[in-house]
Design a protein around this ligand. Structure first.
Ligand code: BTN
Length: 265
């Protein structure tokens, strides 16, 4: 698999030697954070075909069955403050839309902030984790992405069958997982090139890809659920909504979850 991934990478990809394929692991993010603490260089990437403890945001698990998806994490070491990376998950979302479009010819959407979707189905997700030195300086960023590639609806467990999707379902074609992994790595490298300089241009693209905007949404904060209308995403990645009384409010992905009024997207 590793050779196949390397053969699909663009010739400009500079980090090919830093790619490791793990047929099975607990979580590529967990393993890559360990390597980051041991001093692994920027560009180190772990690609897996099966995670036993795949992790999602907000402590959720990420369903990562064998041979069906690509579970990938890459290590970045940008020389900046953590506050300068507020847009990292959004930038990764746009990069993944580019990668999936390049492979399938179909561009997925982004459900704010970090779910890749098509129609009403979730195709994949992004989990970014930052590490700090003992002095509190930013040390590394691990970006983890899981993409469902080959599943048909019956392959998903009943509890997520109606809201999960795959690249094969999105495009109506079989997809090569090695090609998907290579396209993800190529897009992540492109994203890294403009990460600290191209923020405004990236957010313009993010707003175009974000299917949450212009929709009625439910804002879920603990037990509290409020209805609102999603207006835009600001240049820190926060969602700007209009409440039923006409007031506008800016909500942060750390504090609220957003659901479509009539389903998951
Ligand atoms: C989410 O949907 O909340 C985010 C899912 C992120 C899953 C990826 S798969 C590769 C990496 N390793 C993990 O354990 N999680 C991320």
């Amino acid at each position: 698999m590793k050779d196949e991934i390397l053969s699909c990478l663009s010739p400009q990809y500079p980090w090919g030697e830093l790619v490791t394929y793990l047929p099975e692991t607990d979580s590529t993010n967990t393993q890559l954070k360990r390597l980051a603490r041991e001093g692994a260089p920027e560009g180190t990437a772990l690609v897996s075909g099966h995670q036993t403890v795949g992790r999602g945001r907000k402590g959720r698990s990420f369903y990562s069955p064998e041979g069906m998806g690509i579970y990938l994490s890459i290590l970045l070491r940008p020389k900046c403050e953590a506050a300068d990376l507020m847009h990292l998950t959004c930038a990764t979302g746009v990069a993944m839309c580019n990668a999936m479009e390049s492979i399938t010819g179909v561009r997925p959407g982004i459900k704010w902030t970090n779910d890749l979707v098509f129609g009403k189905r979730k195709l994949g997700g992004i989990l970014t984790e930052l590490g700090f030195t003992p002095q509190g300086k930013l040390d590394y960023a691990v970006i983890g992405i899981g993409i469902n590639c080959r599943q048909q609806p019956q392959d998903f467990p009943p509890e997520i069958r109606d809201m999960a999707g795959s690249l094969a379902m999105m495009s109506g074609q079989a997809v090569s997982r090695a090609q998907v992994a290579a396209a993800m790595l190529d897009s992540l490298y492109q994203m890294r090139q403009t990460l600290l300089t191209g923020k405004d241009a990236m957010f313009t693209k993010y707003r175009r890809d974000c299917v949450t905007l212009g929709q009625p949404v439910s804002l879920v904060r603990g037990e509290e659920v409020r209805h609102a209308y999603a207006l835009t995403v600001d240049n820190s990645g926060a969602l700007v909504v209009r409440l039923p009384d006409g007031q506008e409010e800016t909500v942060n992905s750390g504090e609220v979850s957003v659901r479509g009024m009539y389903g998951y997207v």
